[in-house]
Design a protein around this ligand. Sequence first.
Ligand SMILES: C[S@@+](CC[C@H](N)C(=O)[O-])C[C@H]1O[C@@H](n2cnc3c(N)ncnc32)[C@H](O)[C@@H]1O
Length: 765
Amino acid sequence: MNAFRAMKAIGINEDKGENFTDEAEVHDEPERPLKRLRSRSQEGQSSQSMMGGTSLRKPKLDDEGKLGANSLQRSPDMMKLQPGPSDSQSTQVRHAYKGKEPLLPQVSPREKRPIVERPSHGVQFKDREVDPDSVLIPKQKVVDSYALIKPKDEPFTDDLPPDDVPRYEAPIAVIRPDSFSKEDISGRSFLTGKTDDQEPPASHFGTEEDRGDSVPASSSSRRANSELAPVLEESPANLEIASSSLGEVKISLSCNSLLGRPNFHMPSQDELLKSTQEKCLRSYKIFDPNFSVMQMLKDMCDCFLELATDSSRESQERLMNVIPSISALKRSAAYSALGVGGVKGMRTHCSANGSTESNGGRELRDPESCSLVVVPQHQLTFEELRSLHDFNDITKGEEVIEISWLNEINNECPPPFMYIPQNVVFQNAYLRFTLSQINAEDCCSTCIGDCLSSTTICVCACETGNEFAYTSEGLIREDFLEECISMTRDPQRQCLSYCKACPLERSKNDEILEPCKGHLKRKYIKECWSKCACHKRCGNRVVQRGIRCKLQVFFTPEGKGWGLRTLEKLPKGTFVCEYIGEILTNKELHERNVQRTRGTNNEWHTYPVLLDAYWFLKGALKEEEALCLDATFYGNVARFINHRCLDSNLIEIPVKVETPDQHYYHLAFFTAREVNALEELTWDYGLDFDDDDHPVEVFKCLCSSKFCRNMKRPNSKFILKLYGPYGGQFGIFTFFLKVIIEFELCMFCVCAINFFMTVEYLSIG
Ligand SMILES: C[S@@+](CC[C@H](N)C(=O)[O-])C[C@H]1O[C@@H](n2cnc3c(N)ncnc32)[C@H](O)[C@@H]1O
């Protein structure tokens, strides 16, 4: 039975699945997971477990709807194991009653009995002979074993059991692994099987068809009904769930592989909890909707086994990492760039027999093994875990608002990257935000409150023509916005600047330094900042306050991969988000590009942006001053904004905030027109789709704009060659040239056809 069905069966609301997202927050900050783990553990200690709690009237779920915390904290009790052959027979078995007639007719309450007859090192759970019609049933206040009860045909009475014997509410069902029903079919139902003392046939999880989600058929299932958790040496764990009509649930785990381990020792409950929780954090993307509680419980058995046998070092080798998004990770260039595998770096392990088999990254499922899974070559680090995404908030709490992600098209997850809300220097970029660097005369040190409502012109407005770029509603002023749009899109208004020794050309390290191909000049906004005396909520502080719109990362249906959309209507001139990434020097970017093209995995999804608008201002920019932003590994939601040729609904505008130096600025996206709720947000990357020299492989544009520059025409190459430098650098200009020339070619053809038709007509006439 898979976890989902099992959860349904034990009365867990499916919706609870979303609560797993809370787990993702654990990864937010280094301290949080620890706090969370501790508090969980404490929680667990004070709460009742399903296994041993005093009441089983409701399924014992924690606040988050998870079985994990509570069930985990009781599991050591549940498996009160004592090492040594003699101790193996000491496990208690108690039985629940309902009224005079015991539900477990052949077993007296609180009677201690051996679990299994075999005098081995492990611990085995076994019961006495029972009625063949019995079913497994959990008991209250019973910590050590299963019980067997008669099925429902005998009416329950209202008689109370002895005080110290827990009452059990009308238990009716035992949830078994799916495969168990197969056994039923084959006539070996545990409900009807005979009790015997023979060793059960070897069987283990690996024989299950769906090991990932389903609970493996335990050998106990296949054996006589009196064996509640028979032990098999190759089976590391058995899991069974029993429930009653009232939703009472008991989950029982048995770690069978303890058998034959001479170095077995009893781990403490804390050890077990910590180890299990750590394993979960390492192995699961817990916020994933497919998160399997069953798998988590089975992992707990593994942890127990490892702790009990001091095999933690060995277990590092054998550790299973089942990551729901592993396929997405494998496909990701960012993942391989992080050095955690990629297609090449995956290997498989057989945790049943310790043998390791490399398959180059394919997932294997060996029917003979209890756990064969794909694992990265090393454990996911905390940083890597951070790259997995919470679907309620891809920002992991880094932004003021939450930004969800949604895929209604397929089961892909967003590619892994580290969400950062502010640009971060990668290595060599020169960037110092110091107060002393900022001239006092460039700041409104005498302003009070909101600069926008001041009667005098604030010094911070000087750079934008003595008028603030923002309106009191927080939008960009219409005329300012229109000018920015036309300077970016209109070939007539586009203005190029040329630097003396272009950093782009220099970074190529070619023998001959090519001349600068020109950079688009842009208008910029200057916001008030720390040296300004105005209020933090001053109207001239918009971009620095971060994302305020309701946005969503979604999987586009047109084949563009992930995209960003707004969940609310946005007026024209609204600040949407900043393009955030690593701040690289051009040289660093060039080196990355070389790696990208050389890399085996050439899926590079983001396009770095140059902060080149003011390069022309400095005579010769130092290498560490020619900067760009790369959001491939570190970035914000802007990395999901797809391209649209020319008429995109976003426009990027440079914004100066904390530095007076022109070589660094923020690149902020504002709406270029009113945008409706659920509309995809797009911007024009300025790509030239015909430029074969582009460092990052250009995609086939699916923007569906009527101005799309990626409509392949036979003569486009020719036109590009004709208009060389423009074609290479200025896509928009090239586009218009192409349109004009093609229009002329068309007109020429039409005229020619007309001419020949007329000649023919005249000759006929
Ligand atoms: C900055 S990323 C945008 C997010 C990306 N779609 C993703 O799934 O992560 C740029 C990549 O998105 C895809 N893309 C963006 N705009 C596109 C368009 N108009 N047509 C086709 N693919 C596009 C391309 O694969 C491109 O390499």
